[in-house]
Each structure stands twice: as structure tokens, then as C-alpha cells.
Design a protein around this ligand. Sequence first.
Ligand SMILES: [Zn+2]
Length: 287
Amino acid sequence: MTLTAEGEYMNKLYFGTAGVPHSAPKPQTNIEGVKRIAELGLDCMEIEFTYGVRMTDIELRQVKQVALNRNIRLSVHAPYFINLNAHENDKVEASMLRLFQSARAAFLCGATDVAFHAAFNMGDPPEKVYETVKQRLLQVLEDLDKDNIKIRLRPELMGKSSQFGALNEVLRLADEVPGVAPCIDFAHWHARTGAFNTYDEFTTMLSQIKERLGEAALKEMHLHVAGIDYGKSGEKEHIDLRDSDFAFRELLQALRDFKVRGLVVCESPNLEEDALLLKRTFTELTG
Ligand SMILES: [Zn+2]
């Protein structure tokens, strides 16, 4: 079970956006973002460190306070420039540092989870990529532990076949490495496989997670949902749910039936519109 900033356990699905909602007042800081999330009636926000961890410790503590006051849950997305399977040493070190900095920032702002894109396959055999990513993750976790930073690292289910992060890979990491849990991106998996877009397929995924990681994993999930455009090699781009074929109602029904708890972060370009659509639809289902 996830210990949130207030020391409570997660007891529901929290719906929110990947980054500051578009309708937040300018300048669109993370603080304004959290305030807007609360006004919209949403429940969580993922802070996006897409191009680097660019918040001061003071700002991070301010966000934490604003979120606590409004009962908004936070998570963090690490920078995109991370490749734990990079072949050059300087790139490996920079990747590990970015992940460490993201985790430290997450801890300071009261978030419990860091989602990140772990690696590219670089043409290496899958088993070799897995071992390399695992060893480097263990090193980052050891560094975090030394600094007493308690955070969960969530390698993401990725949408392109060139990327490390197939379902069996992220579940295996979560199983074998304490401090690691999966970030299940349903749109990515749909784009990568061309399948996994029906109720039965969604429940198959949830059953697989339960079998591999135990029932508790379903009570502390970190999910990404969005519309998605895709081709032969997987993900092309995120699009709004109404423009995509993604069967979000069936997904929400599966989440409901499996009594899944945790964060549902919407990555559609229209952010809060789809986050609200997801929350509304889920509320209707649970009605
Ligand atoms: Zn991501």
C-alpha cells in the first residue's frame, strides 16, 4: 500500500493531468497547476520534468504545501533524456543523475512516485538490456537510500519497439528490484501491440500484474491514459480521446471491476478535458 504525503493509504482512483492544466492562470507554474487541479475537481497532478529538473527546493516545498492543503496527490515524470542502456559512460552517468534528481525533487514535494522512460534497446539483446537497466537502477536506489530519500521508481510501459519497457520487462523489474513498481501506460501498450483495447485484454493485463506482483500492486497503481496515434513501430503521438480509437470506457470498467487504486494521469494534448472525461465516466460506472 502506498503511504501518501499525509500518511494515509490510497483508497480510490485519483484522476489528474500530466503537467499544469491548460486553464491554469499564467505564469503556469506547478503551484498554479495544483490550485487549478483542485478548482476543476480533479485529484492529482504529475509534475513534468520533461527537459530537466527545474524547480528550487523552496518551490518544491511550496508545491507540497499547496497540494496538502487541497488534498491533491502528486507524482513526478523524470526528464526524457534518460537512457540507462546508453553505451557511453557520460550518458549513463547523466541519465542516472537525472533520475536521482527527479526522485529527490519528488520526495521534497511530497510525491511518492517517479515515472520515467528507462532506456532504449540500442540493438542489444533483450536479456542484456534488462540486466544493464536493472544494475543501474539498483545503483540509483542505493544512492537515494544513502540520502534517506524514500520514493518509488516507476519505469514506464513504452509505446515504441525501439524502447525498453515491454509489459514483461517492467513487471520483472518491479518483481526483482525493491523500490521499483510499474507505470502502466495503457495507450503506449495499445500502440505498441496494436491490440489491448478491449475489456478482456485490459483484465488480462490486470490479472498479469496481480499474478506477478500480488494484489497489493493493484491498490497502488500509477497509470497513464491518453488517446494515441500509432503505426507499425508503435506510438506516433498522443491525441485527444475523442480523436482516437482508445477504448477508455472498457478500461475504466476493468479498473473498477479489479478495484484498482492509485493515480490515473491523463496525457492527452487537451489534458484536463480528457482527465475530467475519464473521471466523469468512471464516476458514472461506479455510480
Ligand atoms: Zn512517459
